[in-house]
Write a protein that binds this ligand. Structure first.
Ligand SMILES: *Cc1c(COP(=O)(O)O)cnc(C)c1O
Length: 268
């Protein structure tokens, strides 16, 4: 059993979101004068993008679902510290984040702004993600990773050899739906599947027994997990091992995608 430590890419920036943004940021057209993107109040994606924009001195507009004014999460406080422009919108506006008309309106509001979809899950996100597979040593048979928007699992699948396989852990209720999200990025690869037994009720849902599992894990392991992504993956692994879901001698890698920033307690 091995763990690919993408949580270790940066102390606060989520490794998975950094992988997804890497190609886009490295290939930014010179005409782009700002970046616009979307997320919730604890978004690992907005956090990673905000950090990158701050580092590269690119103005960043974060469109945030809900109004956190005066009640900022640690994530939003980091964005403010990094001089991001926060735009709080109501749920009905946020729901239009992929609609043509709304995007055209944002293009007018932010001329020469590059609009990055929620989660950083544009198709070129796959390039940066698939690189992580090449970095893994020694050889492995199966890689396990969380699935939300699907771009991470799709990028991993792109990096696999035909004899390797990927097992996704759905972190939200989405049987069928999550498969379609992943497939849209693929060409007909079949060496993957998603299990839907470990979403714990839905996205960011964390029953007490999951929280307890994470706390116990964190006291005895040399690295930390959180209940939204990595906690569900490690819990699933424990369960699957108990059920004898793997072949004898199967070499397994768990991808730790990071995301620990979202679990920080509020201090203000
Ligand atoms: C966003 C995120 C994921 C899910 O990745 P998708 O590409 O949306 O499936 C997993 N882990 C962490 C830490 C994330 O922030």
């Amino acid at each position: 059993m091995m763990v690919k430590r993408d949580d270790a890419i940066h102390p606060v920036v989520s490794g998975n979101k950094w992988r997804k943004l890497k190609h886009t940021i490295e290939n930014l057209p010179p005409t782009v004068t700002s970046i616009v993107s979307f997320g919730g109040g604890f978004s690992n994606h907005l956090h990673a993008l905000g950090f990158i924009c701050h580092t590269l001195n690119i103005p960043f507009h974060a469109i945030i679902r809900g109004n956190y004014e005066g009640n900022e999460s640690p994530m939003l406080n980091d964005l403010l510290h990094w001089k991001a422009n926060l735009h709080y919108v109501k749920k009905d506006t946020y729901q239009k984040r992929d609609e043509k008309g709304y995007l055209a309106q944002l293009n007018v509001q932010f001329p020469n702004g590059l609009i990055v979809p929620e989660g950083g899950s544009q198709s070129d996100a796959l390039f940066g993600v698939s690189e992580l597979v090449d970095e893994i040593e020694p050889p492995f048979d199966t890689i396990i990773a969380p699935v939300a928007s699907g771009a991470t699992l799709a990028g991993i699948i792109k990096g696999l050899t035909p004899t390797q396989r990927a097992l996704g852990i759905g972190v939200l209720k989405g049987e069928g739906y999550l498969e379609s999200l992943v497939s849209q990025f693929l060409d007909h690869e079949e060496n993957w599947r998603i299990t839907h037994d470990f979403h714990f009720g839905g996205y960011a849902k964390k029953p007490q027994y999951l929280k307890t599992f994470c706390e116990q894990f964190n006291t005895c392991m040399p690295f930390a997990i959180e209940p939204v992504y990595s906690g569900k993956v490690f819990y699933a692994l424990q369960q699957l091992l108990r059920e004898g879901a793997f072949k004898k001698g199967e070499r397994i890698v768990i991808l730790h995608t990071g995301g620990l920033q979202g679990a920080r307690p509020k201090i203000n």
